[in-house]
Design a binder for this molecule. Structure first.
Ligand code: ATP
Ligand code: MG
Length: 403
C-alpha cells in the first residue's frame, strides 16, 4: 500500500472574511505552479483544507516541493481506502511507519458514516493492536504520542492520515502586494527577499552592475540567486541596470568620502523609477543596522531622503549569524560566497563616511547633473526572467560566450 495524497493545512489567521477566498485561490494556484512538473498531480479543495492527489507521483518528492510553498502551515501524507477492516489495518501501519523513529502512537478514529459497522471506540484498539503486533518496542500513548494517526470513515471511503510535516508558514506569495528587491550578490539581500516573500509579497529584483568593471560571472551569480529565490514563488524578473556611467560620474565628481552615500542614493532613485513603472509599491533591501559603513542610522537617513517609497528591511534587527543560518537553509549561501566582485566594491573608497548628512549630500549632488546618467541607465536597463526549473540566465550567458 502507498500514500495516494498529501493533506495541506493552512493557518486560520489570514482567513478572515473575504480575504479567505482570495487566499485559498492564490494558494491553490501557487501549488499548481509548483507541481507543474509532477503532471499527474491534481489539487482538491475541501472545507478549510486542500489535498494534492498524487496519481502515481512520488509522495516524498511532491512533499518536498510543497514544503517550500508559503501559506502552508503543515502537511501530512494520507491515503483513501475502501471501508474494509484489513485495508484499514494496512493503512494504519503504513502511517505509523512514515513517522521514522516514533516510539509511541495514538489512533484517533472518527466515523461519520454510521452504516459502517465498527464504532470508533472499537476501531482504535483494533488498528492500534495491528501496529503493536507488527512493530517492536512501540507503545500506545494517548496523552503525548510521538505520532497521532487519524482515521476517518466517511460515506465515500476511509481516510487515514499520517504524521504532520512542517510547512513553510507565512502567506501565499501574491496575496499582499509586490515589492522591488534590491538584489546584490551578497548574503543579505537574498535572505531579505525570502523573508518578504514569506509575508505573501511578490518580488521583482533589481540589480546594478558595472561592466566591464564587474564581470558576466558576477551577474550570473545574481541570476542564480534569483532563481534560487524563485523556488518560493514562481517566475521572477530581474531588472538589470547598467550602472557604469553613474559610477564613473560619481568617481570623478564627488568627494571620496561621500561617493558611497551618493551611489546608494542614485540606486534608490533608479529603483523607485523601476518600481513605479512596474506597479511595485515598495522597495526591499538587505540592510541591517551597524553591519557596514553604509548601514549606520545617519547613512540610512541620508540615503532614504531621495525616496518616499516604503523601504522594507526585513534584516534590520538581525545578527549576521542569524542571516547566514537562513541563507544556508534556503540554499542561497553557497552562491552568495562565490568570489565575484560587486559594483559597490569596485568603486567604493576604503573609508567611506559613516555619518553622512542630507545637507552635504544634496550640496555635492547639486554641483553635477546626474539626470543624463540616470536616464541612460534606465534606457539601457533590461529584464531577465528566471523560473525555478529552467536555466534562462545560464543559457544567455553561454550565448554571450559564443559571441
Ligand atoms: P548584501 O549582502 O545584500 O550585499 P551588504 O551587507 O553587502 O548586503 P551593502 O553593500 O551596504 O550591504 O548593501 C545594502 C543593500 O543595498 C543590499 O542588501 C542590497 O539590498 C542593496 N544593494 C547593494 N548593492 C547592490 C547592487 N549591486 N544591486 C542591487 N542592490 C544592491
Ligand atoms: Mg553587498
Amino acid at each position: 500500500m502507498k500514500f495516494d495524497r498529501i493533506m495541506i493545512r493552512y493557518g486560520e489567521m489570514a482567513l478572515k472574511g473575504k480575504n479567505r477566498r482570495a487566499f485559498e485561490q492564490k494558494l491553490q494556484s501557487n501549488i499548481a505552479i509548483k507541481l507543474k512538473k509532477y503532471s499527474n498531480t491534481t489539487i482538491q479543495k475541501t472545507q478549510g483544507r486542500m489535498y494534492v492527489l498524487l496519481n502515481g507521483e512520488d509522495p516524498h518528492q511532491v512533499m518536498k516541493e510543497c514544503q517550500e510553498i508559503f501559506g502552508i502551515h503543515s502537511l501530512s501524507f494520507a491515503v483513501k481506502i475502501e471501508k474494509d477492516e484489513e485495508e484499514m489495518k494496512g493503512a494504519a501501519l503504513l502511517a505509523f511507519q512514515d513517522a521514522k523513529g516514533a516510539r509511541t502512537f495514538k489512533i484517533s478514529s472518527k466515523r461519520t458514516d454510521k452504516t459502517f459497522p465498527i464504532p470508533s471506540q472499537e476501531m482504535n484498539p483494533l488498528l492500534g493492536g495491528h501496529i503493536l503486533r507488527h512493530t517492536e518496542g512501540v507503545t500506545v500513548d494517548v496523552h503525548n504520542p510521538d505520532v497521532e494517526i487519524k482515521v476517518e470513515v466517511r460515506h465515500e471511503g476511509c481516510y487515514v492520515t499520517a504524521q504532520d510535516y512542517p510547512g513553510a508558514g507565512g502567506l501565499p506569495v501574491g496575496t499582499t502586494g509586490k515589492s522591488l528587491l534590491m538584489l546584490s550578490g551578497g548574503i543579505d539581500s537574498p535572505v531579505a527577499g525570502y523573508l518578504t516573500m514569506k509575508r505573501g509579497v511578490e518580488i521583482e529584483a533589481i540589480h546594478f552592475h558595472s561592466p566591464p568593471y564587474t564581470s558576466e560571472r558576477a551577474k550570473q551569480k545574481v541570476i542564480d540567486l534569483a532563481q534560487e529565490l524563485s523556488k518560493f514563488g514562481s517566475k521572477m524578473k530581474i531588472h538589470v541596470i547598467p550602472f557604469t556611467g553613474v559610477q564613473q560620474t560619481i568617481h570623478r565628481e564627488m568627494p571620496e568620502g561621500y561617493s558611497m552615500t551618493i551611489m546608494r542614493r542614485m540606486m534608490m532613485r533608479i529603483s523607485e523609477r523601476i518600481a513605479e513603472r512596474n506597479g511595485l509599491l515598495s522597495i526591499t533591501t538587505g540592510e541591517s543596522l551597524g553591519q557596514v559603513a553604509s548601514q549606520t542610522m545617519e547613512s540610512m537617513n541620508t540615503i532614504n531622503e531621495v525616496t518616499n517609497y516604503p523601504i522594507i528591511r526585513p534584516l534590520v534587527s538581525m545578527d549576521k549569524i542569524e542571516i547566514i543560518d537562513i541563507s544556508r537553509t534556503i540554499g542561497t549561501y553557497d552562491i552568495s560566497i562565490r568570489p565575484f566582485e560587486d559594483c559597490c566594491t569596485v568603486f567604493v573608497p576604503k573609508s567611506p563616511k559613516t555619518k553622512p548628512t542630507r545637507e552635504k549630500a544634496n550640496y555635492y549632488e547639486s554641483n553635477v547633473d546626474f539626470n543624463g546618467d540616470i536616464e541612460k541607465a534606465l534606457q539601457e536597463s533590461y529584464i531577465i526572467e528566471v523560473s525555478p526549473d529552467d536555466h534562462t540566465g545560464q543559457e544567455e550567458d553561454d550565448f554571450d560566450d559564443l559571441l
